[in-house]
Design a binder for this molecule. Sequence first.
Ligand code: AMP
Ligand code: MG
Length: 334
Amino acid sequence: MAGIILGVESTAHTLSIGMVRDNGELLPSESSIFTPEQGGIHPREAADHHSLMAPELISRVLSRNDFSVSDIKAVSFSQGPGLGPCLRVGASLARTLSKSWRVPLVGVNHCVAHIEVGRNQTGCDDPVLLYASGGNTQVIARAGSRYRVLGETLDIGIGNMLDKFARSHDLPFPGGPKIENLASQWETDEGGDPQNLELPYAVHGMDLAFSGILTAAISLSEREGINAASWSLQEHSFASCIEVAERALAHTGKSELLLGGGVACNSRLREMAEIMCSERGASAHWPDKQYCVDNGTMIAELGRREIEMGRETKLEDSAINPILRTDSTPITWS
Ligand code: AMP
Ligand code: MG
């Protein structure tokens, strides 16, 4: 049986422990998502959730048929970017496991992990990544030994914007899937004239912004109803991401678009990606939903890559970095 790399994800709302075999086979994660009763995610409360849930997730992993401690080769963890208190819980857990199992520890970059799990799952080789998640919205592509951020949100992540809109209507986290349902209800049951549903569209060069559209969508929903506003919110915000992704494909000359992050679960975003790519002779890809949202398996997969390149993280270098940038991580594999 091939050895196993175990990955711990804890950047924000999700604590997740996943695995990959050293031949690249991904194994599903054990996850627990913190959902506040009201309001947004408080970092301290999310971290408390992660500490409380860690023992249960570990025992779920230990009891799995596809896992054996004797197969463990390394433990990786999200070193950043993310919420400090949450990152610290995952890092402590990973340090403890690596110490007690006497295997190397590898701190990895969460954003890069979204790319690597997508490359593993979809077989695309050198993509432009549209990383659309709760806290992050970036368009990323590799240039030499770094994944470069070509464009990104100047304020909040697109998923965070969707969650806030949902919350303004008392719909709890995660709001994205609920908005997707409401939008398709508007299309099938009501329909109507999209002319009345215009919202701001914020593309600034290669960058994006979502706080203006959030405010406008909340007032639109008061006039036209939540279903119509959800539909329009998806159309405008997704189109802005796809526009920047298209320009990234044009500038870099690359021909694969990869979607990642929780918002990449959305069928309408996937459809827009597919339409744009087919119009320019490119291809659109996305991993299974379980590997779009934050998950430990993607952290294990990037750990596997780093270990293959001979990298490991010494205990004294294992401090978390909440503002770790995508392009500060050297990419050495071909
Ligand atoms: P992540 O931060 O990558 O774990 O993803 C969580 C984010 O993805 C949250 O903001 C969710 O609202 C969003 N999300 C999950 N599923 C969907 C969906 N089907 N459509 C839009 N957003 C989604
Ligand atoms: Mg993420």
